[in-house]
Write a protein of this length. Sequence first.
Lengths: 193, 193
Amino acid sequence: MRYPAKHKEHTREKIIRSAARRFRSRGTEGATIGNLMRDLRLTHGGFYRHFRSKEQLFIGAFEQSLKELAGSVLSVIQHAPRGGELKALIEGYLSTEHVDDVAGGCPVAALATEIARRSPKSRGDFLRVLINHVALIAKYVPGATEEARERKARVLLSGMAGTLTMARVIVDDEQRRQFLDDSKKFYFEAIRP
Amino acid sequence: MRYPAKHKEHTREKIIRSAARRFRSRGTEGATIGNLMRDLRLTHGGFYRHFRSKEQLFIGAFEQSLKELAGSVLSVIQHAPRGGELKALIEGYLSTEHVDDVAGGCPVAALATEIARRSPKSRGDFLRVLINHVALIAKYVPGATEEARERKARVLLSGMAGTLTMARVIVDDEQRRQFLDDSKKFYFEAIRP
DNA sequence: TGTACATCAGTGAACGCGCGTTCACTGATGTAC
DNA sequence: TGTACATCAGTGAACGCGCGTTCACTGATGTAC
């Protein structure tokens, strides 16, 4: 059947948004195209009208995840007191809400290990997308030059991503809360001048 | 055929040691039992004389990896100047050698994301093994009580694990070196009193 | 205005593949008598 | 000392399964005339 003009574009976006969540919560191999399409009430065959391969979807989904994260980041910054933006960002990143929301959370914490195992070419693609988004928060990181701020932002993000992942391993609620508290204090102190 | 008394035990150890490397460099799904056994010049069927399942091997291999890491940690501590043990540990953990040696490196950096996706019961098993090993370095972390030191050690390790993973994503050698330098400085400052 | 044809997002059977796991079997050596 | 049997680490064919991907097909609507 023929579909309205924007129909295909909408379907593509639905696939990407859904994939972005599935990849984060289950990893590349845990997220299958069959399940993904079934969730959208479509069949697996149609997938290839939108993407050349699962790998191409993965890159698109990673970028989508970063876009979503950028949205949260902007919202946090807007609600933070002037000068307290970075503290608010750390607080949000290391919150129990973020720990619980794997599917909607930071794709670096959820996918960096898998990306690290890919080919240099593939890693380069992911890095370019990532670095653009990290620049967004660099403005609020202390540092003399723009470059210094961006570099520090990368160190901060990668460290907190590891911490977020570890928090997701911890089973006991109280232990997890304690670990997140310790971590927040650690990063708060680390960004002092 | 019948084999010497310790034969089975030796085979089991060979499987675990080899699996510990394969899991770290390729992840749970990238490491297959067929390839693993073939490397040891055995056939896949024999695997089940040693382990009930691939999952059981994964836990054993994770513990093996931590044991190996503990060996490196002790060696670093012995060669470090008195009072500079933690600095030496950070330097070693965030070294280019460690970044390049995924198969022989920290299993937290290589596998934490996958472990985070497992059941609470399974995560508990991994955590118990992990916490025992982290206690080993807690002695060199600043803190008033043993508990405070252990908690800080966990924050440090998880952060550096995220940083190590990010370093493995970076393609360009110079950028990677710069990122590791920035990170080392960051963690050095963070452990100052 | 009516008719024949083209389009193309989505369908679902099919393909090839590799995986984890099972199982009947092997055969050199240990043990029982 | 010799013989019959038990043991069990390792073998390799086989099983069931789910995956990513391909492909002939569908059919409502747009377009050409």
